[in-house]
Each structure stands twice: as C-alpha cells, then as structure tokens.
Write a protein that binds this ligand. Structure first.
Ligand SMILES: NC(=O)c1ccc[n+]([C@@H]2O[C@H](COP(=O)([O-])OP(=O)(O)OC[C@H]3O[C@@H](n4cnc5c(N)ncnc54)[C@H](OP(=O)(O)O)[C@@H]3O)[C@@H](O)[C@H]2O)c1
Length: 306
C-alpha cells in the first residue's frame, strides 16, 4: 500500500470493462500491488482471487493508491469519477486516464487536478483487449513530465509503446486522429469485402490478399480471424466508436475544419446502431452494409469456392 516498504507504486484502477479488465491482469502480472473498483461490482469480484484488493468505492481506491488509472466509457463517466477521485486524493497522487474522451472534458479534469495538487496524465490507448493481453498496447501520453517520469514504469508494464506528446491535451487529439483512421479502415474494409464477395471471391482469399497488400495495416490482420468466424462480439462497441467519431467532429468544428469522410462515417455508424448493432463490435459496419445490399447478415464465405 501507499507508504509501505514495497518500493513499487501501489496502482489503483477504476473501470474494469473490455479494456480495464486486461489492463488489471497485466498490472498484476507485473507484480504491482493493485486496488480495483468497478461501478458494476460483479466485474471486480474475480480480481479478488487473482491478488487485487477490491474496493467498495472510488474513494477507497484513491486512499490506497499512489497512482490511479481510469478506463471509462466517455466524457461524463470520466468527469463523474474524476470529481470523486480528485475530491479525496492526497497531494502528489497521480491520476492517469486511459479513456478516449474529448480534449474539452479532459481540460476540465486538468483544472480540477491542478486545484487538488494532483498530477494528471492523459494516457489514451490504441489497441483492443487482445492487444492488451498480448502485451502490445500503444499509449499516447501528455501531461506534466515529472508525473510521466514517475508513472512510466507502470504504463510500460501495461504496454511497451509510449508516445509522449506534450504537457496538455495533445494525447487526446492524437488518439482521436488515430481512431478516425480505424473507423475509416473498418468501413473501407467492409466495402472492399462486400465488393469482392458479391463478385464471387471468397472472404478468406480477400482477407489474405488485403492483409499482405500496401493497405494491410495491423487492423486488417486483427479483424481477419473474427471475420472468418463471423464473430462480431465486441472488442470495441459500435456505440463507443460513434462516441469517438462524434468527438472527432466536435474537435474539427471547434477548429473550423471540414472532415467530409468523418461526417459520412458518423452516419454509417448511426445506421449500424439503429440497425441493432450498438453493443456488437464496430466491425458490424460490415453487417450493416451487407444488410443494406440485401445480403444475409453473415453471408457464405464463398459463392464460387475460390
Ligand atoms: N475496447 C477497445 O478496443 C478500446 C480501445 C482503445 C480505447 N478504448 C477506450 O477505452 C475506454 C473503455 O473502453 P471499453 O471498451 O473498456 O468500454 P466498456 O467495456 O464499455 O467499459 C466501460 C467502463 O466504464 C465504466 N463506466 C461507464 N460509465 C460510468 C460512470 N458513469 N461511472 C463509473 N463508471 C462508468 C463501466 O462500468 P460498468 O461496468 O458499471 O458499466 C466500465 O467499467 C473508452 O473510452 C474507449 O473508447 C477502448
């Protein structure tokens, strides 16, 4: 615990959703003392037997931790939780938030943190739960450099690639820029698959060639196996991807720049959500496109057996 003879920082983690749960696993595997809290307590229970302390409230996490990580759904979740954390934190505590949120909400949290003498790191991530478990998560970090120095070994235990980007909201903006690309890739990949499959080429063939082409980003490879299994269970929900593209459009509007494709992707995500795919993986953009084309949802993998 904080102030114990263990030279390692005690880590608190609030939010054990799709991302938070594997993050907790990695922190435990790296040997850090860990205190966890989740709004829905059932998700926290299994961590008790794995060596974490399960706190009853966010305040309990803060009291027992040197660094508090948060992995929360959206702006309002972060602002609600940060208000509680910062209301009970000791001076010198570090708050490092891994959620994808707007630069505006993050700046409001920064002002509260400043008033509470808490060092606040913006630490959004790029990856998905399998990427976390494989130890390949990428962090974009901004905030006070001294806090980054203290927290770096904890962050590195979660994911090895860290881009330190500046002292304010830089990490928030870069994360949104990357996620805009991911959302666009998902839609373009869906269109390319529907094009190829409707002309009789097997999905496996298309994915193999795509993955080895100039467009074969890591994302194409992550999605290949689930697409071959027709598995659209969420690593990242369509609802959360819509949230991210909304944040992109807000930042663009504030900066007075037009992003035509981002606007179109927002409408496509909304159509997928209205089509019943809110809680499925955002790769359900593919299912929505197939549905719109009058094809059955999953489709045969090949019409011509190629
Ligand atoms: N999944 C990915 O691949 C991925 C990749 C990169 C970044 N992200 C970002 O990481 C964050 C977490 O994503 P996720 O996929 O783990 O989402 P998720 O599975 O939906 O988990 C969301 C977490 O936020 C908590 N939460 C929501 N509203 C809350 C509130 N008002 N007060 C307290 N806790 C609240 C939830 O608690 P309950 O369990 O009680 O609902 C849950 O622990 C999001 O910002 C997402 O955009 C996700």
């Amino acid at each position: 615990m904080s102030g114990s003879s263990d030279p390692r920082l005690t880590v608190g983690l609030i939010g054990l959703g799709n991302m938070g749960a594997p993050v907790a696993e990695r922190i435990l595997a790296a040997g850090f003392p860990l205190v966890v809290y989740n709004r829905t307590p059932e998700k926290a229970r299994s961590f008790e037997t794995r060596g974490a302390v399960v706190a009853e409230t966010p305040q309990d996490v803060v009291r027992q931790s040197d660094i508090v990580l948060t992995s929360l759904a959206d702006d309002s979740a972060l602002e609600d939780v940060a208000a509680v954390v910062l209301g009970s934190a000791r001076a010198g505590t570090i708050l490092a938030d891994m959620s994808t949120v707007s630069p505006a909400a993050s700046a409001r949290v920064a002002a509260l943190a400043d008033a509470a003498s808490v060092s606040y790191l913006r630490a959004p991530v790029s990856g998905n739960p399998s990427v976390v478990r494989a130890g390949n998560l990428t962090f974009m970090v901004s905030g006070p450099p001294h806090a980054f120095e203290r927290a770096e070994h904890v962050i590195r235990a979660i994911g090895p690639t860290i881009h330190y980007l500046g002292e304010e909201e830089e990490a928030r903006v870069v994360k949104l820029a990357v996620n805009l690309m991911i959302a666009g890739l998902a839609q373009l990949m869906s269109e390319a698959l529907v094009l190829g499959e409707s002309a009789g080429v097997a999905r496996a063939t298309l994915l193999d060639v795509m993955g080895n082409s100039a467009a074969g980003a890591p994302f194409v490879k992550y999605k290949t196996e689930p697409l071959l299994r027709n598995d659209f269970s969420a690593t990242f929900t369509t609802a959360l991807m819509e949230k991210d593209v909304d944040l992109v459009l807000d930042v663009a509007a504030d900066a007075n720049v037009e992003l035509p494709l981002a606007g179109a992707i927002k409408l496509l995500l909304r159509a997928a959500i209205d089509g019943g795919y809110a809680d499925q993986d955002f790769m359900a953009l593919f299912l929505q496109l197939r549905k719109a084309a009058g094809l059955d949802a999953a489709g045969r993998l090949s019409r011509m057996g190629v």
